[in-house]
Design a protein around this ligand. Sequence first.
Ligand code: NAD
Ligand code: TYD
Length: 354
Amino acid sequence: MVSPGKNMKILVTGGAGFIGANFLNLLVPRHPEHLFVNLDALTYAANPRSLAGLEGRANYAFVRVDLVDFEAVRATFAKHQPEVVVHFAAESHVDRSIAGPRPFLRTNIEGTFNLLEACREAWKPGQGLLHHVSTDEVYGSLGAEGLFTEETKYDPSSPYSASKAASDHLVRAWGRTFGIPVKITNCSNNYGPLQFPEKLIPLMIQNLLERKPLPVYGKGENVRDWLFVGDHCEAIWTVVLRGKPGETYNIGGRSEQRNIDVVKQLCAIVAQETGASETELFGLVTYVKDRPGHDLRYAIDASKIERELGWQPQETFASGMRKTVRWYLGNQDWVASVRTGEYRKWIEQNYGSR
Ligand code: NAD
Ligand code: TYD
């Protein structure tokens, strides 16, 4: 088992994506005693610019590795000898999983399998720690009432959530069968800085700034339980340090919102921050064909992590949304960089041969 406070070698997978980059930006400067190695394939969803502030730090290293390439994963373990793995890397967008599920099965299932096998080779039973970052979408859809607990049965609806459910099962099985200390967190929808503008909140912010239609699926009545990304990162770190191996912790913000109400609030904040007319902005709402298999409602009972580990979210939805809108307003160059073909070219030039 890993004891908090000692110098740890921590392998973070998917650290160039939305949540992983927020996690590294928070923890690398705060914990110079730990070494953080970021393993990321740099898919479309990654942006190394998100990590610019960490370049040159003695306790941070980056390796471009695809988890599907087992030999490369093994080589990373041999070189860096991690004692803790925090596993963020995944294909994460539900709509993409409907358009083309194959990369989801490869990365989320085969990639997680490869990571587990690398842990099994590197660690004796009972050694090390694999923290698997997962989603509440594995539980399927709620009706109007009730909350997901750690005991809710798995019932995934989309190729994304099915692949994440499979990865959760693999992690638990490798824990029970091979004695790898594993922890799993299942979190609700995140929002905040550095999120790729294909997900609801950054997509709507960008479309508002560009006065493009705001595509709301179905009637906009689906409910998500939103959590500011910084609160999720603190929760993961809390579980890494103090959670019990073999346990699952649900993480959520007690912040249920209908999609149409999220869009309404974004219109109000963007109007206040930019001087635009809120009515004109709300006029951009366009109801479009619903997503197939669209889960109606997600809501998390986070009382286990609150009670046992003392974690609580710090941001309200209003304060987190304001911070997020301000971040996108101030970082339009970041948004432009992830949308252009130039960006892919730059990635290949800078990281192609590493
Ligand atoms: P993201 O799509 O923004 O980032 C994923 C990262 O993983 C990218 O940097 C990408 O390059 C990397 N990656 C993808 N395939 C890889 C591969 N084969 N090998 C190595 N790296 C690879 O995702 P995110 O929103 O930051 O989500 C991170 C994790 O948190 C995921 O496991 C996701 O299921 C989980 N999660 C996300 C949310 C959310 O609201 N975003 C909520 C709960 C749980
Ligand atoms: P999303 O950000 O894709 O997260 P997830 O599907 O993992 O919950 O979507 C959040 C909600 O917003 C979901 O109910 C689908 C809806 N949505 C829209 O209405 N329009 C959009 O353009 C997108 C991307 C999502």
